[in-house]
Design a binder for this molecule. Structure first.
Ligand SMILES: Nc1ncnc2c1ncn2[C@@H]1O[C@H](COP(=O)(O)OP(=O)(O)OP(=O)(O)O)[C@@H](O)[C@H]1O
Ligand SMILES: [K+]
Ligand SMILES: [Mg+2]
Length: 692
């Protein structure tokens, strides 16, 4: 059975989410939403466009006022200005609505999975059929082949293959089992074979599916700190231009040029940064949406931005770099111990060990020596469960203490009981570790019995992808609870830059803090409960979807495919988001400056013939100059929607090169386009429509 990581091309798999980008239904609903967003309460969230909306209201009001007063001479031109101001706001709203559209459509299809599910709740060891909506945290349910899992939870007993395609879009089934880091199951997914008992961990309405719906729908999207800062800058610019326009009015009065309110509003709107103001939120939403296309759920926009600046990536080993299905493959006894004796002790120490490792040991012992689970009732056994802190597990039977665990942990344990690890066993440990396997040492009180060989497989295609990350200037560090030799072997096989072995959850957290203190932006990927503190501390915490509930709650992104090398895409999308925002801000401001020089000479040419020198554009008339500028200002938003949604093309390049290139394209481009655009519109207006 293939694990969730496969080499299938991304495009093939993602068809599920992609659909056609601009299909008719999406556009129609975006048009509808563009009008709904005119509601001032909603519009106020985008301050620059809110100013335009107020301007549109004022212009409309004055146009009608003039009409009622019988002042007809400027009626047509004012009406035109009013219409184009409204269109400016509607175009910007349309951009945002279009960016939100795909998420909304996907939320719709996710909702369909939420139809009423019947749960088999276990009450007093009997099954009671109840609706999923009646389940609460702590309830225990049985889910059998063919059943839909009624709520989020942890598998507490059993093992099953689960079809998670309703949520992940991935058709290959995944294994869910109790104990290890693959124990969490999601509401709305389907058990294909076998059965599991699940302890519910989320109340109805708070499940992963519910969260995912509100996330893709954008219902909970909040502005990121960067967006807020840019908005403040745009508001400040707008205020400066508001004052400029006001002085212009005084100046015009003085020079006996009559500038009406609609014209002043038009001037103001042309000057304030409407292009970026109108596209800003669409850019942010598009970034999160792009991640979704790669099957990554970004729980916050802030994380997407942070991803653009990540330069250190920490990864947990088992389940992240490797498939995480560590299986016992051999018992290698210590001198003077028989293999059966070792297998016997290993099995006893694993009888209640619900980790995949523990279960695989019981199975190997059974297969090799036909060791049956003994008459447990006659023995007084106390089990010592595995923990990431002790890195050991085992059993106490009267005064026998059997332990199995990592080399350093068992070494400490044996020493405390007055024993040592025989040199032969140390050699075996080294040999297994150098092959990339995980050696588990088995000991009884002071005596070392031997070694269990646990094998795990590195996920496919990882090395090439880490090489790409290196090219982008990102350092990869594997951080594992395993011993240094195994860690070194897997690190070499996976091609990470560095590794830290014998790590506890605290070590992981500390390492991230250290990197952050040195000014690095740190991403962490992991799947285990012991990774949760680190995932929460990292600037970008990517939890594997196969991982535990705790890991998924701690991270700010979830990779539905559980592929750690996706960080590559995450970082690219983050960088692209930052670059696109920067490029369009540059373009917008350059544009506004250019527009200023295009309009002013035309407006004042009558009163100040000297200004004719500046009137290089030779626009038809002051009226058509103003109207052309307003129309250009509105249309440029529409033209830039595809770029805002798609993002500026990104190649791994040094940041200075990128900055220089973008300043050139978007700065110079921003200065030139208005001259060309306004001239063309002016020609059309004067020649074809006869506006004077
Ligand atoms: N069931 C178990 N019983 C005893 N010891 C175990 C068991 N499972 C793992 N160990 C030992 O504990 C070590 C740490 O395991 P754990 O899975 O917690 O590591 P981790 O920090 O998550 O790192 P990684 O997942 O990268 O291996 C393992 O390398 C192994 O030596
Ligand atoms: K503008
Ligand atoms: Mg782990």
């Amino acid at each position: 059975m293939s694990n969730s990581l496969k080499n299938k091309s991304d495009s093939e798999k993602l068809d599920f989410r992609r659909k056609s980008k601009f299909d008719k239904k999406l556009i129609l609903s975006a048009v509808k939403n563009a009008f709904i967003k005119l509601n001032p309460v909603i519009q106020a969230k985008s301050p620059v466009m809110f100013i335009v909306e107020i301007g549109a209201v004022l212009t409309t009001f004055f146009t009608f006022y003039d009409f009622l007063r019988g002042k007809r001479e400027n009626l047509f031109i004012n009406l035109q200005i009013a219409i184009w101001l409204w269109l400016t706001v509607i175009f910007a709203n349309f951009a945002e609505a279009l960016a939100e559209g795909r998420g909304k459509a996907q939320a719709e299809s996710l909702r369909k999975t939420k139809k009423e599910i019947i749960a088999k709740k276990i009450v007093n060891e009997k099954i009671e059929k109840v609706p999923a909506s009646a389940l609460r945290k702590g309830d225990i349910v049985l889910v059998e082949a063919g059943d839909i899992i009624p709520g989020d939870g942890e598998v507490i007993e059993g093992i099953a293959t689960v079809d998670e395609s309703a949520i992940t879009g991935e058709s290959a089934p995944v294994i869910r089992e109790s104990g290890g880091d693959r124990s969490s199951v999601m509401s709305g997914t389907k058990v294909l074979s076998d059965w599991i008992k699940v302890k519910i961990t989320a109340n109805p309405g708070e499940t992963f599916l519910d969260k995912m719906i509100s996330l893709v729908e954008g219902a909970k999207r909040q502005k990121t700190p960067n967006e807020i800062a840019l908005n403040i800058f745009l508001i400040a610019l707008s205020i400066i231009f508001l004052l400029t326009t006001a002085t212009l009015e005084a100046f015009a009065r003085y020079s006996h040029t009559i500038v009406s309110i609609p014209v002043l509003v038009a001037l103001l709107v042309c000057l304030i940064p409407t292009t970026i103001g109108g596209l800003l939120s669409a850019i942010g939403i598009a970034g999160m949406d792009k991640l979704l296309k790669y099957n990554i759920l970004a729980l916050s926009g802030r994380a997407v931005e942070a991803a653009g600046d990540v330069d250190v990536l920490l990864l947990d080993k088992t389940g992240t770099i490797t498939l995480g299905n560590r299986m016992a493959t051999a018992f290698i006894p210590a001198p003077g111990v028989s293999e059966e004796e070792l297998a016997n002790a290993a099995q006893l120490a694993s009888l209640s060990d619900e980790t995949p490792e523990g279960r695989s040991i019981v199975i190997l012992a059974k297969n090799k020596f036909n060791l049956r689970e003994r008459e447990l009732k006659n023995l007084k056994m106390t089990f010592v469960p595995f923990s990431a802190h002790t890195r050991m597990s085992g059993v106490n039977i009267e005064d026998r203490e059997i332990r199995k665990g990592a080399i350093d942990a068992i070494e400490d344990y044996v020493r405390k009981n007055g024993g040592v690890i025989p040199p032969e066993v140390k050699l075996t440990v080294e040999r297994i570790a150098m092959e990339g396997g995980t050696p588990l040492i088995v000991a009884e009180n002071a005596k070392v019995l031997g070694v269990i060989y646990l094998k795990d497989v590195v996920k496919g295609g990882i090395k090439e992808r880490f090489a790409q990350l290196r090219k982008m200037g990102i350092k990869t560090v594997m951080i594992t609870g395993d011993n240094p030799l195994t860690a070194a072997a897997i690190a070499a096989e996976a091609g990470v830059d560095d590794f830290v072995a014998e790590a506890t959850p605290e070590t992981k957290l500390k390492l991230i803090r250290e990197y952050q203190a040195q000014g690095h932006m740190v991403a962490m990927t992991g799947d285990g409960t012991n990774d949760a503190p680190a995932l929460a501390q990292a600037d970008v915490g990517v939890a594997m979807n196969t991982g535990t509930q705790a890991a998924k709650e701690a991270g700010n992104m979830i990779d539905l495919d559980s592929n750690p090398t996706k960080l590559l895409e995450i970082i690219e999308i983050g960088k692209q988001l930052l670059i696109t925002r920067g490029a369009l801000t540059t373009f917008s401001i350059a544009n506004d400056v250019a527009k200023y020089f295009a309009i002013i000479p035309a407006l004042f040419a009558k009163s100040y013939p000297e200004l004719q020198v500046l009137n290089i554009m030779k626009l038809g008339s002051p009226n058509s100059a103003i109207l052309s500028a307003v129309i250009f200002n509105a249309l440029i938003i529409v033209f830039l929607i595809p770029l805002a949604l798609r993002g500026v093309s990104y190649r791994p390049q040094n940041p200075n090169q990128i900055l220089r290139r973008n300043l050139l394209i978007y700065g110079v481009g921003g200065l030139v386009t208005p001259f060309v655009g306004i001239k063309i519109i002016d020609l059309i207006l004067t020649a074809i429509l006869g506006i004077k």
